[in-house]
Design a protein around this ligand. Structure first.
Ligand SMILES: [Ca+2]
Ligand SMILES: [Ca+2]
Ligand SMILES: [Ca+2]
Ligand SMILES: [Ca+2]
Length: 440
């Protein structure tokens, strides 16, 4: 049986035992993929060390290459919902970034961000990226940092991008517990307060930093692979990314969560199960669409295919539950394809409940009247029918985000791997074999 099938309609493939997983885990160089031609690959066998790049101050302000829109770190959305207190708090935040290209012809770029809390001109608990033993090590000892690997140039009209995960320590239960034997809590260090300061969707922005939302008791997570809709993806606040994803496979590991905001699909039974039935290491493969997920903050709605069927909105569906304890002896491969007017997300590896398997979910750019958010790389691919206007009232006045998806718009595809949040998530991960293919 061929493991890789392609269809343009939404599909839920039955469980497939993959032949592709049989290739040596250390394989380098060209790798056969039916119908695809390898055009770039990074196996992390050459020196890579972020210490060779300098930190520079950057606050997403006007003129900065990291200035994106009203949802970035100094964005007008936060002025509206936070009022004057937002600027007062933001003035206490000193963000530093570093950015460097690597890989063949610089096809990959590392984007790191951290915050200087003690004012000595250097970020504290700064993230790191280096290659050791043929694997990329991403380290983030402080949730105020962020570190991603991204495409340097916009991806082509049709592509397959994939990565291999060899280590993962960004939260989730370990040994059946959210509280780790080493004192960490859902992957977060127990030292000091850890909050989402100074970015939130509402509430009292004048609170002291330690009185903001405690991220330890909220969530940790990691982006295995996501496609963004803007140039130069880099870490920003967590709200920002909720309007800039086309499709993504990530984790959102919520500490001791018992509510109905998340659920697992058990791929062995095809039945949904409540979040506590899993280990908190779920992968959420989500196609974003134009509807608003939230009434009081920006965010695209979720379209979620799984072995349990299709769901629009409601509880976030984890299609699989990872088993991080099996790494690095085992590995996981994540891939995203854009081809024939559709996106596909694919996950391979040894998963809880089902063992070794590959799952693929495909959705057309527009299917059953639901578009994949900002799918158009070129203006000719889209006629403006899903344009909207988002209004954000708050103590700082009302901010209107006009033309959320107008005719004539165009959104490049860029992939990211890592933690893009500068006010959530910390830990470490090992990443390998980032590869880009185009149709043969
Ligand atoms: Ca390698
Ligand atoms: Ca800005
Ligand atoms: Ca410092
Ligand atoms: Ca972070």
């Amino acid at each position: 049986m061929k493991a890789v099938l392609r269809r343009t309609a939404a599909i839920t493939l039955p469980l497939v035992v993959t032949a592709t997983m049989a290739q040596p885990a250390t394989a380098e160089g060209p790798v056969a993929r039916d119908g695809w031609r390898l055009v770039a690959a990074e196996g992390f066998n050459r020196p890579l060390d972020d210490r060779k790049a300098a930190w520079f101050r950057d606050d997403d302000g006007p003129g900065s290459p990291y200035d994106v829109d009203e949802y970035d770190n100094d964005g007008a959305f936060f002025d509206a919902v936070g009022g004057p207190a937002f600027r007062e708090q933001l003035a206490k935040v000193r963000t530093y970034r570093k950015s460097f290209a690597f890989g063949t012809r610089g096809w990959l770029t590392a984007e790191l961000a951290g915050r200087d809390d003690d004012g000595d001109g250097r970020p504290d608990g700064a993230p790191t990226l280096s290659a050791r033993d043929g694997v990329a090590h991403m380290g983030e000892p402080n949730h105020k940092g962020g570190v991603i690997i991204r495409s340097s140039r916009a991806l082509p009209a049709e592509y397959r991008v994939e990565m291999t995960l060899r280590g993962l320590d960004f939260g989730g239960q370990r040994g059946g517990s959210w509280d780790y034997p080493d004192g960490r809590i859902n992957g977060y260090s127990p030292d000091g307060c850890k909050t989402n300061f100074p970015w939130a969707s509402g509430g009292d922005f004048s609170r002291p930093e330690c009185s903001w939302l405690d991220v330890r008791s909220d969530a940790n997570g990691f982006y295995y692979l996501g496609i963004m809709d803007y140039d130069r993806p880099a870490p920003h606040n967590n709200i920002f990314i909720h309007v800039h994803r086309k499709v993504a496979m990530d984790s959102y590991n919520r500490y001791k969560y018992t509510g109905s905001g998340l659920r697992y699909c058990n791929p062995a039974t095809g039945q949904y199960e409540p979040y506590p039935a899993g280990t908190g290491n779920g992968v959420n493969a989500i196609f974003m669409t134009d509807d608003r997920r939230y009434t009081n903050q920006p965010g695209t709605e979720y379209l979620m295919h799984s072995e349990c069927g299709f769901a629009k909105g409601g509880a976030i569906v984890s299609q699989v539950d990872l088993r991080p304890e099996l790494l690095p002896d085992e590995s996981y491969r994540f891939a995203i394809e854009r081809r024939d007017g559709a996106y596909t997300m694919e996950m391979s590896g040894v998963f809880a409940r089902v063992g070794r398997a590959t799952f693929r979910y495909t959705r057309a750019f527009v299917q059953d009247g639901e578009p994949i958010w900002h799918y158009n790389q070129r203006p000719e691919e889209y006629d403006g029918r899903f344009n909207g206007e988002w209004t954000w009232p708050g103590p700082g006045g009302t901010h209107v985000d006009r033309d959320t998806w107008p005719a004539g718009s165009a959104y490049p595809d860029h992939f990211i791997i890592g933690d893009p949040h500068m006010n959530f998530y910390e830990g470490s991960a090992q990443v390998d074999d980032v590869r880009l293919y185009v149709p043969r």
